[in-house]
Design a protein around this ligand. Structure first.
Ligand code: GDP
Ligand code: MG
Length: 170
């Protein structure tokens, strides 16, 4: 038969890594070169069909700045999934992503499905974070890893689809 599943998903990562752009690409199929930075957090929802299940993602797109850090637990507590986003052209954003992973491992739901997104994969000529380094890190920490581009749409639907497949079924 057909099943419906609701999944609360949170996006975390450095400001500018492309969290809002990934959501905008997934939800509306759009990309903005001058995406406005998020204040506090923004909410979106989108459904995805995976085999015999319709997954309704309830997505919290957080701001990422340090000054909003104390708000983050409100969004990741109770989340069934998280996408931790960094920018492949910024080593700082990768360092920041690893800090988010640590925080989720300590404070988040232990069964949370976690994805690491190396975004801006279209900026190959500006790459600072080797894909192999991120892949190894993700494997060691129980996340799955994909490089994405909100700009070209590469791997954007795929990352949400992979999360949907991994969600615990009731
Ligand atoms: P956020 O702070 O993590 O939400 O990041 P934004 O989504 O606001 O994106 C920050 C900037 O990076 C914006 O100017 C976006 O247009 C740009 N951006 C986001 N994703 C990509 C991408 O995949 N490729 C490129 N080249 N630029 C991107
Ligand atoms: Mg944003």
């Amino acid at each position: 038969g057909h099943n419906n599943l609701n999944a609360k998903l949170v996006l975390l990562g450095d400001m500018g890594a492309g969290k809002s752009s990934l959501v905008l690409r997934f939800v509306k199929g759009q990309f903005l070169e001058f995406q406005e930075s998020t204040i506090g957090a923004a909410f979106f929802s989108q459904t995805l069909a995976v085999n015999d299940t319709t997954v309704k993602f309830e997505i919290w797109d957080t701001a990422g700045q340090e000054r909003y850090h104390s708000l983050a637990p409100m969004y990741y507590r109770g989340a069934t999934a998280a996408i931790i986003v960094y920018d492949i052209s910024s080593t700082d954003s990768f360092t920041r992503a690893k800090k988010w992973v640590q925080e989720l491992q300590k404070q988040g739901n232990p069964n949370m499905v976690m994805a690491l997104a190396g975004n801006k994969a279209d900026l190959e000529d500006k790459r600072k974070v080797p894909a192999e380094e991120a892949r190894v890190y993700a494997e060691e920490n129980g996340l799955f890893f994909m490089e994405t581009s909100a700009k070209t749409a590469a791997n954007v639907n795929e990352i949400f689809y992979e999360i949907a497949k991994r969600l615990p079924r009731a």
